[in-house]
Write a protein that binds this ligand. Structure first.
Ligand code: BG6
Length: 368
């Protein structure tokens, strides 16, 4: 039931603090050790892993792109992210020590299912991150980490996405713990920051009115761009995907560093560009993106800047400034995605589209 909301998507956006809290619940004991009940792979097996390949489709693949930064940082295991539909057609190099991580909200996406079947034939170990108990993908996996986001009805994934990132982080930290790598020290700090995250997400929801007003102002726009760096890059991709899915608008996400290698040619008077600014603590990335904002604004872009509290460097170049709570860089996607979801949802509603069931899309695609 929609519980008083016009759309399931609005309800699911609002449920994100809880989805994140539930996904974290019971996984970090007082002993300071992570526990993953459905892990099923032994510590020895996990110590053998020398490569991780994340496979997924759509929004879930962007959760994978975010996770790659964290998993490589904490575990020092090389991690690739690949679209499930591409994976098994390229003769991938996998063996017994490859950990294939399938991310799927529904657990039924055919491309992802075929990819894990292929991976298992090649003797890889398969772990799935899934929101649907007892669905096909976790049943065919060696291990599973369930996200506890609750049922997601709207076709476009929202709370599914945030909880997938959290589950991937739990996996990364767990691997770091089991393997005893240097970054194991960070587990405590990151877990503490994760525990505080639902409050940060709630704040983004409480401040949603700013983004809804912006959507009303931009209702006639034909094209929207999104820029990000580091973990902000997949956030840009996700922001653009949401607009395509819901508002049927041309929207593209770019790595901000690529701007001068092509996309800057798209900048024309009045084009809205969302820019996700990394926390200042992140060496040089923040400065670089601030100059990107100047470059596009000088060429007429309408800049919509997402930057953490206290980052005043962006103020002179932001036509609209969306403030984010201060969080560690790796956690920023979990707050920065929220206004982009609200924007797409609001714009689609204003355009008179069916927000929950966009044209031509299905919640779970069970054909290849
Ligand atoms: C798509 C849905 O078709 O499948 C997306 O419209 C979703 O919202 C993608 O991200 C992957 O779905 P799942 O269930 O495998 O995460």
């Amino acid at each position: 039931e929609k519980g008083g909301y016009d759309w399931f998507m609005l309800k699911e956006i609002d449920e994100q603090p809880q989805a994140v809290a539930e996904t974290l619940l019971g996984r970090y004991g007082r002993s300071g050790r992570l526990q993953l009940d459905e892990m099923r792979l032994s510590d020895d097996e996990l110590r053998d892993v020398d490569k991780i390949i994340i496979i997924a489709c759509g929004t879930a693949s962007y959760a994978g792109l975010v996770a790659k930064y964290a998993i490589e940082h904490w575990t020092r295991i090389p991690c690739e992210v690949e679209l499930a539909s591409e994976f098994r057609y390229r003769d991938p190099i996998i063996d017994r020590s490859t950990l294939v991580v399938a991310i799927s909200q529904s657990g039924e996406t055919m491309d992802t299912l075929m990819a894990i079947r292929y991976a298992r034939q090649q003797r890889a170990r398969v772990l799935s991150i899934c929101n649907t108990n007892g669905s096909t993908i976790p049943r065919e996996s060696d291990a599973v980490i369930y996200t506890h986001a609750g049922p997601e009805v709207a076709v476009a994934s929202t709370k599914g996405f945030l909880s997938q990132i959290v589950a991937c982080y739990l996996l990364g930290l767990y691997l770091a713990q089991v393997r005893g790598v240097k970054y194991g020290d960070e587990i405590d700090a990151i877990m503490a920051a994760l525990e505080k995250l639902p409050a940060g997400i709630q704040r983004m929801l409480d401040e949603g009115e700013q983004v809804r007003k912006l959507a009303a102002e931009l209702v006639d726009t034909r094209s929207v761009l999104f820029l990000g760096r580091h973990v902000g890059y997949p956030v840009a991709l996700e922001g653009a995907l949401k607009l395509k899915e819901l508002a049927y608008l041309h929207a593209e996400g770019f790595a901000a560093g690529e701007l001068k290698h092509g996309p800057i040619a798209l900048i024309e008077d009045g084009i809205p560009v969302f820019v996700v600014v990394p926390p200042k603590a992140r060496d040089q990335l923040q400065e670089k993106i601030v100059s990107n904002i100047q470059e596009i604004r000088a060429r007429g872009a309408l800049t919509i800047v997402l930057a953490e509290d206290g980052d005043d460097d962006v103020v002179p170049y932001a036509d609209h400034l969306i403030r984010l709570p201060k969080v560690p860089t790796l956690l920023q996607p979990l707050v920065a995605t929220v206004p982009l979801q609200i924007f797409a949802c609001e714009l689609a509603g204003l355009l008179g589209h069916d927000v929950d069931q966009p044209r031509n899309l299905a919640k779970s695609v069970t054909v290849e």
